[in-house]
Design a protein around this ligand. Structure first.
Ligand code: ATP
Ligand code: MG
Length: 427
């Protein structure tokens, strides 16, 4: 085989997150963790690869994901495996496998990580993307539905994007209620078959509710005039929905009732919701979720209750950046310049003393040599607030010079202990 030295690029739709971008990610991840733990949610960590069967059985054979978006391959022993396209199925698989859902246990869980879908890459839509998933188990009543919505709302507030997202809410009722509705919907759509696009004609037999989810502009009037699922719900589903909306009213969380909101996955029932924005073009859903009680038995568990949501991290980040209201933390506080043989050594010793005294300090020591001038340039570029300067003269006096890199101030020479105290009080 011929070898070349041509550079190898990343896979289309799979992106590197570069050092200049990671502070934004870390900041959001930090806030997410704080909010989740303030509601008593626990982290679970799950494999990225699962048996293909798990996704087929949970997400549903006739969904976009299973029909055309999964990265599926044969393991060396011939097992069909799939890179997870979402986290709900794997999370539930893990909880069932480890007996977490036995004896009326209640769980509030979260996970974050990469998901994989073979979609057409565009802004806000990638082949490897990151989700935060929140899943709760064992609670039948709509208070938990309200809690996870309140939790997501608190997240928007903490991230200062609450004014950029709106909550859309619907109820999908039970399997039996949906079956009745499905017939009515198919009857209606059959009459207007000539207005359906190719995808929708195909879905008429396989998954007609998904037609309501179509973004095709020429079908919007047809969809708006379709029979509404809400009209076919029974008393229990209606009451569940009414109690949830009453909780949201009490909490002051505004919502829009969207009777066309059906969600792409098969496993939802009763509550479904999406947080959407108009500020990210057509990729407007930031966070989506719902109740999926039925999935537990479908994956071999006893009858039980579950509700959760998944949040697209890239879309969230894009919104946070648009609003520009979060102050991004510095990645370097202090840059230590060392010129001269003694200063090189003493600089390292002093840097370690500083880290002992101020464990949270972000201290970068100049490595790779250079004159005072070139090291100052690097100090400035690092974004540090202060430069500490050590030349052999300072070492001889047992001092270090401190210079504010951001505010015009006289440079001062301080004894080591005074410099440490100064940074402790100033940073
Ligand atoms: P969409 O309608 O945008 O395709 P979806 O219904 O397929 O979304 P879910 O499976 O509900 O999405 O996933 C939850 C969230 O994950 C979405 O609301 C979105 O923020 C994010 N997400 C889904 N697919 C992608 C992707 N390919 N790239 C980036 N983010 C995604
Ligand atoms: Mg999708």
């Amino acid at each position: 085989m011929a070898t070349t030295n041509q550079a190898i690029a990343a896979i289309r739709g799979m992106h590197d997150i570069l050092p200049e971008q990671t502070p934004g990610w870390q900041q959001i991840e930090h806030i997410i963790r704080e909010v989740l733990s303030s509601y008593g949610y626990q982290e679970i960590r799950l494999p990225i690869v699962e048996k293909t069967e798990l996704f087929k059985r949970s997400i549903g054979e006739v969904t976009d994901i299973v029909e055309k978006e999964m990265y599926t391959f044969d393991d060396r022993n011939g097992d069909s495996l799939t890179l997870r396209p979402e986290g709900t199925a794997g999370c539930l698989r893990a909880c069932l496998e480890h007996g977490l859902l036995q004896q009326n246990q209640v769980h509030r869980l979260w996970y974050t990580g990469a998901m994989f879908r073979h979609e057409r890459p565009q802004k806000g839509r990638y082949r490897q993307f990151y989700q935060l998933g929140v899943e709760t188990y064992g609670m039948a009543t709509p208070d938990i539905d309200a809690e996870i919505i309140a939790l997501s709302y608190r997240l928007w507030q903490r991230l200062k994007i609450a004014d950029k997202v709106t909550l859309q809410l619907n109820s999908l009722g039970t399997v039996a209620e949906r079956a009745v509705y499905r017939e009515k919907l198919v009857d209606y759509l059959q009459i207007h078959r000539d207005q359906l696009d190719e995808d929708s004609v195909r879905r008429l037999d396989t998954n007609p509710l998904r037609i309501l989810d179509s973004k095709n502009p020429t079908m919007q009037t047809l969809i708006e005039n379709a029979p509404a699922l809400m009209d076919y719900l029974g008393a229990d589903s209606r009451e569940h929905f009414a109690t949830l909306t009453a909780y949201l009213d009490t909490l002051g969380i505004a919502y829009q009732f969207n009777p066309r909101l059906v969600r792409g996955l098969d496993y939802y029932g009763k509550t479904v919701f999406e947080w959407v924005t108009t500020e990210l073009g057509s990729q407007g859903t930031v966070c989506a979720g719902g109740r999926y009680d039925g999935l537990i038995a479908q994956l071999g568990g006893k009858e039980n209750y579950a509700i959760g949501f998944a949040l697209g991290m890239e879309r969230l980040l894009a919104l946070v950046e648009l609003s520009d209201a979060l102050a991004v933390e510095r990645s370097v506080d202090v840059y230590l310049i060392r010129v001269g043989e003694q200063a090189q050594k003493q600089g390292f010793v002093f840097a370690e003393q500083l880290r002992d005294a101020l464990p949270k300090i972000k201290l970068q020591v100049n490595c790779g040599g250079g004159s005072f001038k070139s090291q100052f340039k690097k100090a400035d570029k690092s974004g540090a607030a202060f430069a500490l300067i050590l030349g052999d003269d300072e070492v001889a006096r047992g001092e270090v010079a401190v210079k504010n890199l951001r505010v015009e101030q006289e440079q001062q020479s301080l004894a080591y202990s005074d410099a440490i105290a100064f940074l402790q009080n100033t940073l």
